[in-house]
Design a protein around this ligand. Structure first.
Ligand code: NI
Length: 242
């Protein structure tokens, strides 16, 4: 059930039977010469919709723009400042809370969002210590089942940014947008992340440690199945926790 394709009476009826909700959050940022700029949002959205269908849980519109300052030296990247993203996430949670939602489960596609979203949860809890909804952040690529599949398919060439797994999942979701380009070296360098200019100097084509040429559309179907199953289990534990 998608919030954006529902009416308010349908949401009012939903709240009579369920007060949990799934919120996909991604980023709009460069993903190397072949990865789509929407990769992180595309991945979060398809997984949230998969979990929502499996469990009959409401899914909100995707938060497409995240905190991506370190990718800003590559054209096309859009970034919210950390304080802007914190405010957006807090306002979304507090909007849901006012309608009676008690469990807000974020499905995240971007590592740079993690500290900001967790900080937003703390701000929500601090702002309403008696009645704040419970919040959880699931980072799909870090799920043990997903990481194991990435190791099996790509070994160390999975990498850390513009990874083979996220490229496979986004290509599976949008096969009409599959891209190819020369990747040199095949496996990108790794190293620390500081500001945007330094990022482009260290990682000239935008990848970190990955070889996304290994990604296949059919791998994406496997990642989707494994991740939806693992997230659905985690979600059930979250909503049934005492
Ligand atoms: Ni990504």
């Amino acid at each position: 059930m998608l919030l954006e394709l529902s009416t308010w009476p349908e949401i009012e009826a939903y709240l009579q039977r369920d007060t949990s909700v799934l919120i996909p959050i991604g980023s709009t940022e460069q993903h190397g010469p072949t990865g789509l700029i929407g990769t992180d949002a595309i991945c979060a959205q398809t997984l949230a919709r998969g979990v929502g269908e499996r469990l009959g849980v409401l899914v909100t519109p995707t938060l497409h723009i995240g905190m991506a300052q370190h990718h800003m030296a590559f054209p096309g990247t859009l970034s919210l400042r950390p304080e802007t993203l914190l405010a957006v996430v807090r306002d979304v949670i507090e909007s849901l809370s006012r309608h009676g939602f008690t469990h807000c489960y974020f499905i995240n596609g971007h590592g740079g969002n993690i500290p900001v979203v967790e900080s937003a949860f703390s701000a929500v809890y601090a702002g309403d210590p008696e009645n704040a909804p419970r919040c959880r952040l699931a980072n799909w690529w870090r799920l043990p089942q997903v990481a194991a599949l990435a190791r099996e398919l790509y070994g160390a060439a999975e990498g850390h940014h513009a990874t083979a797994s996220e490229v496979a999942l986004s290509f599976h979701t949008h096969p009409e947008a599959v891209k190819t380009a020369p990747l040199d070296p095949p496996v990108a360098p790794t190293g620390p992340i500081f500001d945007a200019r330094d990022f482009r100097r260290r990682f000239p084509d935008g990848r970190i440690g990955s070889n996304p040429a290994l990604a296949r559309v059919e791998h994406g179907a496997r990642f989707r199945e494994v991740a939806v199953q693992a997230i659905a289990e985690d979600f059930r534990r979250f909503v049934h926790a005492p």
